[in-house]
Write a protein that binds this ligand. Structure first.
Ligand code: ANZ
Ligand code: ZN
Length: 874
């Protein structure tokens, strides 16, 4: 049977490639390196279409680069620690390790059916002791460098389950997702990594990432959030203490009408007067139930309470009230703010709600339209104030000209900022301050399924790192998962109690495990040397393969994973382990895979989504109510019931068709609408290629060499199509990975071959071969099968990517337009290489021309080579 049978050939080739070690990473080779990496998956249990798209994109690139003469590293691993495994243990009693390794086995098998050219020898799993040993070792490197520390931090505390919760585990009402208890803010000792120490470099080096999408770089820059401002001190009335505030608008300091502290600020208790004490305590308690998002959202009302205390504006000597408010965050700046309602939107709302003074000290340049000098008398400035107060009935947040600001009056904001900071510095109550929004990374998790933080708390020595030779600190296996009472590790006495490595007195292990983002912050450094038992990696190997030349993954990792990985790379570089600054040279963030989705517009909540399996596609109606449904495309998800299972598509059409469809349907960064008709379309295309090539092979492959200087017209035309296709496909894959247009070019070439009239020519043989070779990265199985049908015994994947002959791209003949006095009189096919004189001759010899010029005087002949000849006659 000579029909295209994907199931048979795909299995056969996957086996053959494995047997021949085709996907192995070349060990020693002089070829240039190329590191192609997909963001590794979480082993949830089954692959979804988003995975298939991600890995297909990376695989096409890896295969292409091999054919283009690179040695390629294309590995795969598992981001295998994390909560779902622990929840499975709590809900179903399966140990987290067992659940995780089962899922990995299942997904590995699914991946292997996708025909991805992955070198499985480098496989790694972050939950394996061979791996987390080195995660722990890296943590100790941070500790040694002074980049890991413990401090008290406000965390979400579930008083019923007695555990810390991540922000995502607290719902909008402030309740625990598990127990339903109102979550409290509690100060606990937590481990942090000092990412802030690298804030400036993480920001500046974004400029080096020329192969990253602009929007990802922008998201990172905003996350780091550098702001240049001032630190100013406000003395507290009746106390020998000051409140330090951070402000980006020191130019507004004459407009301060109150000072406001975060509820967690240590000074709140001491500045509060007796009369206010009870009210302040109640307020602080209430705020502790709110999330940061609720506290700072622009549209939420700002809530606050006066402490009764007063502070002095060091510039004016005036007393202003000290307040506490929910919109001030303890973790940012100094946790205290100077309130300037006239020029800040939040302060304005706050002042309106609590009837605080609004004093304008900045005016738009156009509103200060008369001579105003710093020495002008008070009546002038009063006048300006009047003018401004009438004009603005909301905060004026733009820079402008200072009014009502003592000796700074009349300065522009920019100049005034510098002058005010300088004055504060001279007087000893302030200085310039650069502030980053980025905070140190809280990495403690009171959870079991993560890498234990490798330190021991000794009553006499303090924090003692676990000695390198005792790593890894292994997770105990005989653990009970109840979901209550915090991490199961705290209850494992035999595990917790150990002698201090330094002084041997009884001590306790740290029971916190690390945030799983730590595991994924360095896995790409391990792949070049994944099986090293002696070292985290051999630096020479990792330096050789790194940086990753092409990283492919989801946009959801635009900030955290990518920022943490950049941070780890820089720290390990500074520890002397790496010789490069940035881990990922080029980044491709692939779009979502969307499915056809049905929605009942009359229903709300989750019920409005009607799973497509319950719907008759030709007349979509709600199966319960009979109401007609809306159709739309939305990201595939379980909750919408709009997913397409990869295994179903593969069973029906084969992997090659699925890959071709994914690549053809949309450019990789764009969302992709799953459309069965287009899948069929690609299946038909592969069938056409199959017939084209197998018919040709059956008829006998031409083995003659082409005589390029002696080609027939159809041969020349076909050769033009072949080399145009090589050029176009190569260019589409060069800078932007435009797989969709590359596939269209392959379709064009296939059509040109179908239409060609020179089947026995060596040019035709070249065309068939070129088609099969260029198809190889996209549809690897069918390409290898056809390659063998053509009589080759090696694999198509070991072929060199074709290059085009510029000579073949030159057309033989062109159409020449012949004009008389600018008017077109004829079209004429002429040799493309004809020079000016020859063109004029061809045009002149034409019968039409003869007729028009007969008996006339030719005043001028204009020849535009390649285009036209114009005779000017009178
Ligand atoms: C006075 C002022 C006047 C301010 C004005 C703004 C406009 P960025 O740019 O994000 O750094 N702020 C400072 N610390 C804060 C905290 N812990 N919680 C909430 N808000 C805080 O923002 C800096 C500005 O945010 C600071 O400048 C401060 O308000 C406020 F017309 O100071 B500003
Ligand atoms: Zn000790």
């Amino acid at each position: 049977d000579s029909r295209y049978n994907p199931a048979a050939i795909e299995e056969k080739w996957q086996k053959t490639w494995a047997e021949h070690g085709l996907d192995k990473t070349p060990k020693d080779s002089n070829k240039p390196k190329f590191y192609a990496l997909s963001m590794f998956p979480y082993p949830s249990g089954s692959l979804h279409m988003g995975h298939v798209r991600n890995y297909t994109i990376t695989d096409v690139i890896a295969r292409l680069k091999r054919m283009q003469g690179y040695r390629v590293l294309h590995p795969m691993g598992w981001d295998a620690f994390g909560l779902p495994a622990e929840n499975a243990a709590i809900d179903r009693g399966v140990p987290p390790a067992k659940w995780t390794y089962q899922n990995m086995a299942q997904m590995r098998q699914q991946l292997q059916h996708l025909g991805l050219s992955i070198d499985w020898d480098n496989e790694l799993a972050t939950c394996s002791p061979d791996y987390y040993k080195w995660t722990q070792w890296i943590f100790l490197q941070f500790l040694q460098a002074g980049l890991a520390y413990q401090k008290e931090a406000a965390v979400n505390w579930d008083p019923i389950d007695q555990t810390v919760l991540a922000n995502e585990q607290v719902d909008n009402e402030g309740r625990s997702w598990r127990s339903g208890a109102i979550v409290e803010r509690k100060l606990l000792r937590q481990w942090f990594l000092k990412i802030t120490e690298y804030a400036e470099e993480l920001l500046n080096d974004l400029d080096k990432l020329t192969g990253w999408p602009e929007r990802v770089k922008l998201m990172q820059a905003n996350w780091i959030g550098k702001s240049i401002g001032a630190y100013l001190e406000f003395p507290i009335v009746g106390m020998n203490e000051k409140i330090g505030v951070y402000t980006t608008r020191p130019d507004t300091v004459y407009g301060v009408s109150y000072v406001v502290l975060a509820p967690e600020h240590p000074l709140t208790k001491r500045v509060t007067t007796k009369e206010q004490q009870a009210a302040v305590e109640t307020f602080i308690k209430e705020v502790s139930h709110q999330s940061e998002l609720e506290r700072t959202a622009e549209d939420k009302p700002k809530r606050g309470i006066p402490t009764g205390g007063k502070a002095i504006n060091p510039f004016t000597g005036e007393e202003v009230p000290i307040w506490i408010a929910d919109y001030v965050l303890y973790e940012y700046g100094t946790g205290a703010v100077m309130g300037v309602p006239a020029h800040d939107v939040r302060d304005f709302k706050f002042a309106q709600a609590y009837d605080l003074l609004v004093e304008f000290v900045i005016a738009a340049p156009d509103d200060v339209d008369f001579d105003l000098t710093p020495t002008s008398d008070t009546s002038d400035t009063d006048e300006v104030t009047q003018l401004v107060l009438v004009k603005y009935n909301e905060a004026y947040t733009e820079p402008g000209i200072l009014i009502n600001s003592g000796s700074f009056t009349g300065m522009a904001s920019g100049e005034a900022k510098a002058a005010i900071v300088k004055y504060a510095q001279e007087q000893g109550f302030g200085k310039e301050k650069i502030q980053y929004r980025l905070r140190d990374w809280l990495i403690s998790r009171q959870r079991y399924w993560g890498a234990p933080i490798p330190v021991i708390h000794c009553p006499s020595c303090g924090i003692v790192p676990v000695p390198d030779e005792d790593l890894p600190v292994q997770l105990p296996e005989e653990v009970e998962f109840t979901g209550r009472g915090g991490s199961p590790l705290t209850q494992m006495e035999s595990w917790v109690n150990v002698p201090c490595p330094t002084c041997r007195t009884p001590a306790k292990r740290e029971t916190d495990t690390m945030d799983t983002f730590i595991d994924s912050s360095w896995y790409f450094l391990r792949f070049p040397d994944a099986n090293n038992e002696q070292q985290v990696f051999d630096s020479s190997k990792t330096n050789d393969w790194m940086p990753v030349d092409q990283y492919v993954g989801g946009i959801e990792h635009a900030i955290l994973h990518l920022l943490y990985s950049r941070f780890f790379t820089k720290v390990l570089r500074d520890r002397g382990l790496l010789n490069f600054d940035e881990p990922f040279q080029r980044l491709l963030t692939q779009g979502m895979v969307q499915g056809l989705t049905y929605l009942n517009p009359n229903k709300g909540g989750k019920d409005k989504w009607i799973p497509s399996s319950h719907v008759n596609a030709s007349d979509p109606r709600d199966p319960q109510t009979g109401e007609p449904l809306q159709r739309l495309y939305a990201t595939m998800s379980k909750s919408k019931g709009n997913g397409v299972a990869p295994e179903d598509v593969i069973a029906k059409y084969g992997v090659d068709t699925a890959r071709m469809f994914i690549l053809f349907k949309a450019p990789p960064e764009k969302d992709l609408e799953w459309d069965e008709a287009d899948v069929e379309g690609q299946f038909r295309f592969l069938n056409r290629v199959w017939r084209l090539v197998s018919d040709y092979a059956a008829a006998g492959v031409c083995r003659k060499k082409a005589q390029l200087n002696d080609l027939s017209k159809p041969e020349k035309e076909l050769r033009l199509s072949i080399h145009t296709a090589i050029k176009a496909v190569t260019e589409d894959l060069e800078d932007e990975y435009q797989f969709n247009t590359a596939v269209s070019e392959l379709m064009k070439l296939s059509n040109a071959l179908t239409d060609a009239n020179c089947q026995t020519s060596p040019i035709y043989a070249e065309g068939i071969q070129t088609l099969v070779v260029m198809l190889a990265p996209f549809a690897p199985h069918i390409a290898d099968e056809l390659w063998h049908l053509l009589g080759n015994s090696n694999s198509v994947h070991t072929q060199t990517w074709p290059s085009f002959d510029p000579g073949a791209l030159v057309a033989d003949e062109i159409i020449l337009v012949v004009q008389i006095n600018g008017k077109k009189r004829a079209d004429l096919q002429v040799p493309a290489q004809a020079d000016k004189a020859q063109l004029e001759k061809y045009a002149r010899e034409l019968e039409v021309t003869q007729r028009y010029i007969e008996g006339k005087e030719i005043k001028k002949v204009i020849v535009v080579p390649g285009k036209l000849v114009n005779f000017v006659v009178v």
